[in-house]
Design a protein around this ligand. Structure first.
Ligand code: NDP
Length: 343
């Protein structure tokens, strides 16, 4: 395996506004041998996530920016095909690690590898409902949103990887849940499969604010914010007293070339005594045990469903990523890099 080569996707240039395929480069590169404590992994599944847009910008943030000419990184599942001396993992193990956007990866501790059990669930679910997006939903709803059983919950991007889990966690605890999504098909899934109470197609709804108001005659206790803009304004207008807004994401703004105006009605925080709090999932890994327990129970009871949109082939990963900003994904957006079994 000393002459092993594999493809990877590098950042070719930084986008201005909506990224395009020209910002990425698909190249073949030599693959190094694992040193002591490392393993060589052939990647099978890869996640594309909205936060990666922020990493294409050259600025300090909670994760460092991607560098031009270097392979991108991100959550991925692969199988160990060779192990260096003293490694904690064996050939054949499936690992969830951070060296995505490439066919092969030499994985050491800095790639944060975690072994996943393919008998527990299809391995790719550890990139979605049972992985980072699922934990984001859990931390945002319970810890940041301070959700209590029986409250009313509004979720934007509700059919997505994070939103669909928020909806079902809240339903499982007796909430009244309304979600917004960008197509009738997504709304139908939310009603029939995720079993939420009302779904709003924000693309066809002429007056989002009125639709949110009509859906919440008694107001919103928790708004799980994934989108920003008009969604945030509509939520602010219809929050109940002591309501909480968990700011998870604002995807509407990720490709803006100038700062978006703030919500015109932030003043509503005063009379309604609202709390607005942003969060980053990586600060909540301590919740993993209780998250796994909760999800294990709900999955076993058939009360937790999720969808995946799979794009085949590493070379198509940029297109899968761009699709996130056009609503092309329905549920978790994944790229299938190679066959399930690498060894
Ligand atoms: P999704 O699976 O929800 O995919 C993104 C979806 O956002 C699209 O499918 C689309 O759905 C919707 N969308 C895209 N552009 C717009 C727009 N302009 N206006 C309204 N909706 C839009 O992604 P994730 O579940 O992975 O992420 C959801 C949110 O959570 C994102 O904002 C992300 O950045 C954030 N996030 C934050 C984390 C944290 O630690 N704070 C961790 C993980 C995610 P539709 O068809 O409904 O428009």
């Amino acid at each position: 395996m000393s002459n092993l080569k594999g493809h990877e996707i590098r950042l070719k240039s930084r986008p201005d506004g909506m990224p395009t395929e020209a910002n990425f480069e698909y190249v073949e590169a030599a693959v190094a041998q694992p040193k002591d404590g490392e393993v060589l992994v052939r990647n099978v599944w890869m996640s594309v996530d909205p936060y990666m847009r922020g990493r294409m910008v050259d600025r300090a943030s909670y994760v460092p920016p991607f560098q031009i000419g270097e392979a991108l990184t991100g959550g991925t599942i692969g199988q160990v095909i060779a192990a260096g001396k003293g490694s904690h993992f064996a050939v054949g193990d499936y690992l969830n690690h951070m060296l995505g956007w490439r066919e092969y990866a030499v994985v050491g501790p800095q790639a944060m590898p975690q072994k996943v059990d393919p008998k527990l669930a299809p391995v790719q679910s550890f990139l979605g409902a049972l992985g980072m997006p699922g934990l984001t939903a859990y931390a945002g709803l319970f810890k940041i949103g301070g959700f209590k059983a029986g409250e009313t919950v509004f979720v934007s991007a509700a059919s997505g990887a994070v939103g669909s889990i928020v909806c079902q966690l809240a339903k499982a605890h007796g909430a009244y849940v309304v979600g917004s999504a960008g197509s009738d098909e997504k709304c139908q899934w939310l009603l029939k499969e995720a079993k939420i109470d009302k779904a709003i197609n924000y693309k066809t709804e002429k007056d989002l604010n009125a639709a949110v108001g009509a859906a919440f005659p008694k107001g919103i206790d928790v708004y799980f914010e994934n989108v920003g803009g008009k969604h945030l304004e509509a939520a602010l207008n219809h929050m109940r007293q002591f309501g909480r807004i968990a700011v998870c994401g604002m995807i509407e703004q990720y490709n803006n070339t100038a700062p978006a105006p703030g919500p015109s009605n932030i003043i509503m925080t005063i009379p309604m005594s609202l709390r607005i709090e942003g969060f980053v999932v990586s600060n909540h890994f301590n919740l993993l045990p209780e998250f796994h327990k909760e999800m294990g129970t709900l999955v076993a009871q058939g009360k937790m469903k999720w969808r995946e949109t799979v794009v085949e082939g590493l070379q198509n990963a940029p297109s899968a990523f761009l699709g996130l900003f056009k609503g092309e994904n329905f549920g978790k957006a994944l790229v299938k890099i190679g066959p399930d079994k690498a060894v």
